[in-house]
Design a protein around this ligand. Structure first.
Ligand code: UTP
Length: 295
């Protein structure tokens, strides 16, 4: 059973300055929900209810967001806004723990900060920048693969050649013995990972995206690595180390993902996810048509 998720949220968000100077990137809203809430809800849809959020400087708003706020409850009650009361209490059945990463030393270091809370259990890691279309079941499918193989599973997406240098890229081979599951072309056995390679050095165009199912032996690997690319402790390096002792799978995702940590990606996510909201869909479509008619 997979019960825990780590949500690393201690990054500096430099791609989104100036707003991220004093406000957490994870609290940027797609319409009315902060980015990190999309990850929390994705986990809750899979039955994960224990969250370990790695925070840092200027990230207090994340804790407030998932905390109780009795004065607000009172005001909403007086105004008869029961739907909003329900909305702000939708995570009451989940537990949230916060660990402060004292310095942003990298994603690998951020995950290692949660070691004492995860103990021996397998766990999910979700990077809130990567918004997966809420209609997709990627995480659920990754959990199914984990249950079958009891090995770490990393989400992958095909990226254009000129974007490989922004991602961790895998060298892997397709798994063909996928038994009764009918998705063999989407599962890979990973041979190696390269962090942000140059186009000419990339072993494939299969990029690691922000969804992982990991096992507790990753912590030993994270403790063993030295700072890598960019002087940061890279999860990619720890995964490479883990590959010498166990199989790690990659699962190719073909649905919609938005890189909301990038300004243009964030705009796309805002428009596309708003178009899926029944209360805005029609008006927004008409508005976009009217804007583009003159172009
Ligand atoms: P990113 O590489 O996207 O870094 O981190 P970032 O700082 O958030 O954003 P940019 O690139 O400077 O704009 C990937 C994930 O790892 C977390 C981030 O919060 C994000 O969820 N992270 C990164 C940490 O928690 N700690 C770190 O030291 C680095």
């Amino acid at each position: 059973m997979l019960r825990k998720a780590i949500l690393p949220a201690a990054g500096l968000g430099t791609r989104f300055l100036p707003v991220t100077k004093a406000s957490p990137k994870e609290m940027l809203p797609i319409v009315d929900k902060p980015l990190i809430q999309y990850s929390v809800e994705e986990c809750e849809r899979c039955g994960i209810r224990e969250f370990i959020i790695i925070t840092g400087k200027n990230k207090r708003a994340i804790e407030d967001h998932f905390d109780q706020f009795s004065e607000l409850d009172e005001v909403l009650k007086q105004k008869g806004l029961s739907n909003l009361i329900e909305e702000i209490h939708r995570h009451d059945q989940s537990d949230f723990a916060y660990i402060r990463q004292s310095r942003p030393l990298g994603l690998g270091h951020a995950i290692l900060c949660a070691k004492a809370f995860v103990k021996d259990e397998p766990f999910a890691v979700l990077l809130g920048d990567d918004i997966i279309d809420p209609e997709d079941t990627l995480l659920m499918e990754m959990i199914e693969i984990y249950k079958k193989y009891r090995s770490p599973v990393i989400a992958l997406q095909e990226v254009p050649d000129d974007e490989v240098s922004k991602y961790g890229i895998i060298d892997g081979e397709t798994v063909t013995d996928f038994g009764p599951h009918n998705i063999p072309k989407q599962l890979y056995k990973i041979n190696a990972l390269v962090e942000k390679p140059k186009k000419e050095d990339a072993p494939s165009n299969l990029a690691v995206i922000g969804r992982y199912i990991l096992t507790s032996d990753i912590f030993e690997a994270l403790e063993a690595i030295k700072p890598g690319k960019g002087g940061e402790y890279q999860l990619t390096d720890a995964l490479n180390l883990l590959l010498s002792s166990r199989v790690v799978y990659g699962y190719l995702f073909k649905g919609n993902r938005y890189d909301a940590g990038d300004k243009f990606g964030f705009l796309k996510a805002t428009i596309e996810l708003s178009l899926k909201r029944p209360e805005f869909s029609e008006n927004l479509k008409n508005y976009l048509k009217s804007l583009t008619a003159g172009l």
